[in-house]
Design a binder for this molecule. Structure first.
Ligand SMILES: Cc1cc2nc3c(=O)[nH]c(=O)nc-3n(C[C@H](O)[C@H](O)[C@H](O)COP(=O)(O)OP(=O)(O)OC[C@H]3O[C@@H](n4cnc5c(N)ncnc54)[C@H](O)[C@@H]3O)c2cc1C
Length: 336
């Protein structure tokens, strides 16, 4: 098999843990590789071999390369480019997949510029085209239209993938392969920038695109102070707090919380929509959640048309009741 039939996935980690969106990227790479009789190779830049390395095989990787150096403990664009550009130039894979996260998008754009090759960001459909082309679909104009692009030339084609779109059927534990561990040398002089510390927004650790439970608030929450009610429930359930766009536009929550067409796409096991009307632009970001619960005082609100369970009432009264009930139920279970 030639190098040009390889689909590479640059694995993204947070605090040494592989992000779920990287498993989605492996699954998407598997689909593309199968259509060209190619292979999937995952590249992890890490200070040590991640505990979940073998899980990448279960999602479809044929080979995993762990490129190790203590400096890889924290993401730095300069470091990643310094390491990946020569690797890609040497091996010339057919395509390089990255998650469309903050780091992934920055890295994808920089790789494309450094390598002088085509880039498509935020892809939701990826197919092999004629010869070495790749055809992708990606939302544009705040999701109002879908652009169909063909990346021409011999590549490598750089693609970033929207989270929660390429989930696939889940891991196949029978799949395995080879892990190559490689120590990457660095002299201090190689680096212009040193990341000394990463400061996370206090209390907002869980990314809504990765949380299994998302509790979102809309204008029906009445004001930013009432989002504490959502935080309380999220803490009891181990979930993350999301928001509708006007909530973000009003400055009640940050943009990273926004669910919908112009925000994030989420697909949690449980999505609780509180005081959200259910406009089509909001539904675009959450309607594929496994179970949807809506709380709204207007029984005719469109959100109820996608909800599995609906509660008609004042969300400011219902949320504390739910939190206290879940506290009791989950507390009782954990005592057993
Ligand atoms: C191009 C474009 C892109 C957009 N992208 C997005 C996007 O990404 N995400 C997004 O969310 N929106 C997006 N929007 C906006 C979208 O059209 C809606 O305006 C928005 O989703 C409405 O937000 P909301 O449900 O919080 O507010 P509203 O529509 O005002 O609904 C508030 C709801 O709260 C209920 N309510 C009020 N008080 C209470 C109470 N005490 N208890 C219970 N229920 C109560 C009301 O009955 C109502 O149903 C976009 C719009 C456009 C044009």
């Amino acid at each position: 098999m030639s190098d040009s039939q390889r689909v590479w996935v640059i694995v993204e980690m947070s605090d040494g843990v592989i992000k779920p969106v990287s498993f989605e990227a492996i699954h998407a790479a598997r689909l593309l590789a199968d259509s060209i009789q190619g292979s999937v190779e995952a590249l992890c830049l890490s200070h040590e071999k991640p505990d979940q390395t073998n899980d990448l095989f279960h999602y479809g990787a044929d080979q995993i390369s762990v490129l190790k150096n203590s400096v890889f403990a924290k993401f730095s664009l300069e470091l990643w480019l310094h390491t990946l550009v020569p690797q890609i130039n040497e091996h010339k894979p057919y395509a390089v997949f990255l998650p469309a996260t903050t780091h992934g998008k920055e890295l994808a754009a920089s790789l494309s510029a450094r390598l002088n090759v085509g880039l498509a960001t935020d892809c939701v459909v990826i197919e092999a085209g004629a010869q070495d082309e790749v055809i992708v679909h990606r939302p544009v104009y705040a999701g109002k239209a879908i652009s169909h692009l063909t990346l021409q030339g011999s590549g490598p084609h750089i693609l970033s993938l929207r989270a929660n779109v390429f989930r696939g059927p889940g891991p196949d534990l029978s799949l395995n392969g080879d892990v190559v561990e490689l120590d990457v040398p660095f002299s201090g002089g190689d680096l212009l920038l040193k990341i000394r510390e990463v400061v996370k927004e206090a209390g907002k650790n869980l990314d809504i695109t990765e949380a299994r439970i998302v509790i979102s608030g809309g204008l029906g929450m009445q004001g930013p102070e009432n989002f504490q009610l959502l935080e309380d429930l999220a803490q009891v359930l181990g979930g993350a707090v999301g928001a509708s766009r006007p909530v973000v536009d009003n400055g009640w929550r940050s943009y990273s919380n926004q669910v919908g067409q112009t925000g994030r796409t989420v697909q949690p096991d449980l999505y609780i929509a509180c005081g959200i009307s259910g406009a089509v632009q909001h539904l675009a970001g959450m309607s594929s959640s496994k179970c949807i619960v809506a709380i709204n005082k207007d029984a005719s609100a469109p959100i109820f048309s996608v909800a599995d369970y609906g509660i008609v009432g004042d969300t400011l009264e219902i949320l504390p009741l739910l939190t206290s009930e879940f506290k009791q139920v989950l507390g009782t279970k954990s005592d057993r």
